[in-house]
Design a protein around this ligand. Sequence first.
Ligand SMILES: *Cc1c(COP(=O)(O)O)cnc(C)c1O
Length: 505
Amino acid sequence: MMLYQSTRGNGEPVTVTEAIKQGIAPDGGLFVPTGPVGISLEDIVNMAPTSYQTRAIQVMEPFLTGFDQGELAQCVQDAYNDNSFDHPSIAPLTTLTRELSVLELWHGPTYAFKDMALQLLPHLLVKSMEKTGETQSILILVATSGDTGKAALEGFKNVPGTAIVVFYPDTGVSPVQKLQMITQEGNNVGVFAVRGNFDDAQSGVKNIFADVAFGHQIGTHGFKLSSANSINWGRLLPQIVYYFSSYADLLHTGVIKLGEKINFVVPTGNFGNILAGFYAAKMGLPVHKLICAANENNVLTDFIRTGVYDRHRVFKKTLSPSMDILISSNLERLLFELTGHNATMVRQWMQDLQEHGRYRVDDDTRDRVSQLFWSDFADDQDTLIAIEETYTRYGYVVDPHTAVAMRVQRRYQETTGDRHHMVVMSTASPFKFGASVAQALLGPEKTAGQSEYTLLETLADFCNLELPKGLSNIHQLPILHNQVVDKDKMKETVATFIGQHTKNR
Ligand SMILES: *Cc1c(COP(=O)(O)O)cnc(C)c1O
């Protein structure tokens, strides 16, 4: 039976259903599995001819004690199917050369990699609520700067036993992101603009979570608050699957031999995606290096090189906004694993981070980090060059986040001469960030003065690619959410939403 413990070491281990329901441990730590899970080379070779859904069940099952095969299969089917994903392979692997492949993690409803986890999490969460005897419905509250909000809305829409309210800053999301959210369908969703910036929306949501009286008040209406953020084990677990899946695909097409080690290059922000790669390696996937590709907010590059994590630096807005992060929460899990589950050390480092914005790990831990990880970063200029270069070399179009990874992948090969097969994690459709991609491929003259939306069409024409369905018709969809609220009225907004939705439960 697999139990989960906090990285800060307090409290008794809990079941996976509790870990998913609680999201974060009561002592502020993150839940991690207490014991190891192994997948043998034989298991991996058996995965090669199977579907993504079958691979998902096989990889996740040992972590989900208490879920029977039928339930897990149902969750997986509800998450990854023809309605939600526009590619039958779910996460298809495109091999560019014998040494380089790209794993496309953006065929879900919002065209970015968050869907890989957020399509499944709601189903795991609802099952976890049932299994822990919880009778309340879940109300998910999200403050978003763009991507996560839409992905969470798509994941939770119409899921029985749940409702979701998303707040976004009225200035601070792109026109396409805003359109995606205000046209959101679903009988259990609320979307509200907040007068202010992302921090205002975020603080408002934090205040609501901290308000005990408010929690009781919504409890009397049959709801319980929860969050869908990336530190929930239920978001990390689905991400381990595609590391195995890409390896199985490479075996199946004969690009690699069984047991051959490969590298993964991961565009990184909150360290969730690449941490899933770490767990895959720990389970037995033949991984040589995990390459952490950062943008100019390169706090992780410095950490991997020096063992010092220092968030004191200027926050930069870049062309890869989903990686604009200075506190990579999931790193705490890696530290816990690499110190052999030493909660005392982890607690100290996290306290240093809290109080001084900085910590330094001991030399042993630093060496363990650099045995498996390598890191470099790309600035905006490099990113645009990489978009262009990738298109010229391979005829393949990448978004700015993936471009950061392409750039760092080349530097890695130039620097180390390492020839293990490389899998670049592609985290967004090029059309999701089409304006930057169009700028890189067509140049400033041909793109000047065009709206974000017409740029998407220009880009599709230029590359001879089809605009994804959900982006091509977005201007014709009815606007369903047009309320703008003051930042001190967010609580009332949630209360009103609940009043309206109690009858629909
Ligand atoms: C969230 C996101 C990332 C960063 O992933 P982490 O798990 O936070 O490291 C990279 N690219 C895109 C497009 C994203 O949406």
